[in-house]
Design a binder for this molecule. Structure first.
Ligand SMILES: NC(=O)c1ccc[n+]([C@@H]2O[C@H](COP(=O)([O-])OP(=O)(O)OC[C@H]3O[C@@H](n4cnc5c(N)ncnc54)[C@H](OP(=O)(O)O)[C@@H]3O)[C@@H](O)[C@H]2O)c1
Length: 331
């Protein structure tokens, strides 16, 4: 084991309280959805994780199905914990989720107690952990009674397998219902993880105010719209980009309207001495309901660029209204 964390790791990061809880999260968190699977280069994944921690990112976000192959991102983190980050476990907030398809048969997805408890047991094994810090229900289940799903989250905390619980992809109404049940059970809802970025604003239509009123933290995922809100696609589609792989981000996402908006946003970012990615992150952190922004990265360089968003988090009224005018044809 050669890794020793930087002694300066807490010098430049901002830590924000997650809703009305005792837990603070780094303003930037790192997600392992892409680039950390068994089909990716392990040495690159390890470098990104260690660099993130050296720069004060304390929160790593996973799910049972992250890979490819599903489950392998948790194994990658498990390896890095075993060889490098293990001594720093108490400085880390590790989350995982269950909700999407993971294994065959009626108990391998959605929201039953049977699925959630088994899935977390599998995740803990893959990561070599005794507990995760946050366990999420990954998506609402239209068939399982919400009472059962919330009872499963409560049970998992009481079993000591997770410290906190969260919800992902629940709308405002579903979140209110879930939060009330969890509160009654004695396991408060810590955090909500929705898709939220300059181009995708569905959370502004009710969800953010529910989170605010109920004291739930918010950690937006895909803050860079999977790379659209960066300089990646300003000219063409680079061969090593997510869009070129066409796995989750397809060329059809880059419409003419979006391309125009990206170019115009890039100009505003430049006038702020920021890259487009930095401005997109800063714009989210400018919202007081947002606890942490959950970025992805395929290289240490990208992560470094994103970390510098923290150097300029404030916006003038004029900048904000220009941004709104540019984004309105897209949203
Ligand atoms: N709860 C859910 O349902 C859900 C769903 C999706 C994601 N998530 C979570 O959110 C995390 C982040 O999602 P995401 O990966 O879609 O986030 P994102 O930050 O919007 O996109 C990350 C991608 O953008 C590109 N990128 C990042 N920084 C860049 C930079 N400075 N310059 C140029 N390109 C840059 C890279 O793509 P290239 O590969 O092209 O380099 C990178 O992989 C996931 O890992 C996961 O933990 C949760």
């Amino acid at each position: 084991m050669n890794y020793k964390a930087s002694e300066k790791r807490y010098e430049s990061m901002l830590y924000q309280r997650c809703g009305r809880s005792g837990l603070k999260l780094s303003a930037l968190s790192l997600g392992l959805w892409h680039n950390f699977g068994s089909e990716d280069v392990f040495s690159n994944a390890r470098s990104i994780l260690l660099h993130a921690f050296d720069k004060g990112i304390t929160h790593f976000d996973l799910a049972n199905n992250y890979g490819p192959v599903p489950g392998s991102a948790e194994e990658t983190l498990g390896k890095v914990l075993k060889d490098d980050l293990g001594p720093y476990r108490d400085e880390l907030v590790i989350s995982t989720k269950a909700g999407y398809y993971m294994w065959e048969g009626p108990y391998g997805e959605w929201g039953s107690k049977k699925y959630l408890v088994s899935s977390l047991d599998q995740s803990l094994k893959r990561m070599g952990l005794e507990y995760v810090d946050i366990f999420y229900h990954h998506r609402p289940d239209p068939e399982t009674p919400i009472e059962e799903t919330m009872a499963a989250l409560d049970l998992i905390v009481r079993q000591g397998k997770a410290l906190y619980v969260g919800l992902s992809n629940y709308n405002a109404e579903q979140t209110q219902k879930a939060e009330s049940i969890l509160r009654e059970l004695g396991t408060p809802c810590l955090i909500h993880q929705p898709r939220y970025n300059l181009f995708d604003r569905w959370v502004e239509d009710g969800l953010l105010s529910v989170l605010d009123k109920r004291g739930i933290g918010c950690i937006p995922f895909s803050p860079l719209a999977q790379g659209l809100l960066t300089d990646r696609y300003l000219k063409d589609i680079p061969a090593d980009s997510r869009m070129a792989k066409a796995h989750f981000l397809k060329e059809s996402a880059l419409t003419d309207t979006k391309r125009k908006a990206i170019l115009a946003l890039n100009e505003i970012a430049q006038s702020r001495d920021q890259s487009l990615a930095q401005m997109a992150i800063a714009w989210l952190l400018n919202n007081h309901t947002v606890t942490s922004v959950l970025v992805g990265a395929s290289s240490v360089q990208q992560l470094d660029i994103n970390l510098k968003a923290l150097d300029n988090l404030s916006f003038s009224e004029q900048e904000l209204s220009k941004i709104e005018a540019i984004c309105s044809p897209v949203i």
